[in-house]
Design a protein around this ligand. Structure first.
Ligand SMILES: *Cc1c(COP(=O)(O)O)cnc(C)c1O
Length: 383
């Protein structure tokens, strides 16, 4: 059996273990401590723009707290990009609110500003004003923030940026995660940097971040005994995990460069095939961290090659690849949720494939992936 090539595996630098060791040596084995404070400072310094950061147990927990801070309650509606991982939408349901899904536009694959406005107008007509808008930067590609923020501001609805996949990406030179009222990051094992599991809530409003830390540590009032006036959560990041994060922040710029190099190599080798379309940056305003390199395979051009035929060919050689996220409006669990769109995310899902994209892939591994994909096309040329 060939050695497994993973879609996106953890890639440690030199100092992660030193920070973890320090946590052990000083006995800070708890969901607080110097690594947690340091990791929050490192992220805030990286994002700039006056951001404050709360390190949490996951990106999902960060989204849940973002919705709570914006006052999302039972019976409310929250607009959410349909083309995303289910973790973007699940916390809406935790709050007893209803997700209203919005389609993608073809340039960035992220939320369509047109359908966002159509959705808002229709919900207003039905007598309910959505409480928040969750915009995702898929695979690291920034969403069209100027136009999305303009629609959000026109109707006075706060934006939550789901930047779980996009740490290191910028839009018009400004880091994603600094546009919304609140933003979230994820440090799960497959993300561009990882703390094994973890996340963060980001905002320029310090009050919100303080409140998030309070809610994330069981909402204890100031009293010598355990006194509670709010429902709390156990959502804080461990000081051991935060040590991994501090080491990873030191290598983040390198990780972005390595993933961008993967995309460049795939792009040069595959863009010559008429059936293949890559997720291009629409203009110089968009800078993607290239978390995952993704392709669209137009199977109407060639009946013998499809997203699935390539995925299966890769699998047979022990190479992990994956279809794009299945949109939320097509998920059984969200079958009853309203959706506004024209089918863009449906065809992205039908045609899209994520290729191995780790920053630790060797050139030989990338060449192997390429040769398997190229063989899929060459086979059909000879038929
Ligand atoms: C990974 C991811 C999340 C969830 O982050 P966790 O840390 O795994 O909870 C949310 N949204 C998107 C788009 C993601 O890719």
């Amino acid at each position: 059996m060939d050695q497994k090539i993973w879609l996106s595996s953890p890639h440690m630098g030199e100092n992660e273990f030193n920070f973890v060791k320090e946590a052990f040596e000083t006995n800070w084995i708890a969901p607080l401590g110097p690594n947690v404070d340091g990791f929050e400072r490192d992220i805030a310094a990286f994002l700039g723009n006056g951001t404050h950061v709360a390190a949490l147990s996951s990106g999902t927990a960060a989204l849940h707290l973002a919705l709570i801070l914006l006052g999302v309650q039972h019976g409310d509606e929250v607009l959410c990009q349909s083309m995303t991982f289910s973790a973007s939408a699940n916390p809406i349901v935790y709050q007893g609110a209803t997700p209203v899904f919005v389609d993608s536009e073809a340039q960035t694959w992220n939320m369509s500003p047109e359908f966002l406005e159509i959705a808002i107008q229709d919900r207003l007509k039905n007598g309910s004003k959505p409480k928040a808008i969750i915009v995702v930067h898929l695979y690291g590609m920034p969403a069209d923030m100027d136009r999305l923020m303009a629609v959000a501001e026109k109707y006075g609805i706060p934006v939550i940026e789901d930047a779980a996949e996009a740490l290191g990406s910028t839009y018009k030179g400004r880091p994603v995660g600094t546009f919304g009222a609140l933003s979230i990051l994820s440090f799960n094992g497959n993300k561009i940097i990882t703390t094994s599991g973890g996340g963060a809530l980001v905002s320029a409003k310090e009050e919100w971040i303080k409140q998030a830390r309070f809610l994330a540590t069981q909402a204890r009032d100031a009293a010598p005994h355990y006194q509670h006036s709010h429902i709390g959560y156990n959502y804080r990041m461990s000081n051991v995990c935060a040590g991994i994060g501090r080491g990873q922040m030191e290598v983040l710029p390198q990780r972005v460069q390595q993933r961008r190099n993967n995309f460049e190599m795939y792009s040069q080798a595959l863009s010559t095939f008429a059936e293949v379309q890559l997720q291009e940056e629409p203009s110089k305003d968009y800078f993607s961290n290239r978390w995952l390199s993704t392709l669209l395979i137009d199977d109407s051009k060639d009946a013998n090659v499809s997203r699935e035929s390539i995925r299966i060919a890769l699998e047979s050689r022990n190479v992990e690849s994956r279809p794009l996220w299945k949109p939320m409006h097509l998920q059984p669990v969200f079958a009853d949720a309203p959706f506004y769109g024209d089918g863009t995310s449906d065809w992205l899902f039908d045609q899209g494939l994520c290729l191995p994209s780790g920053s630790n892939l060797s050139e030989a591994e990338l060449r192997k992936v390429l040769s398997i994909v190229q063989a899929c096309f060459r086979l059909t040329e000879n038929v």
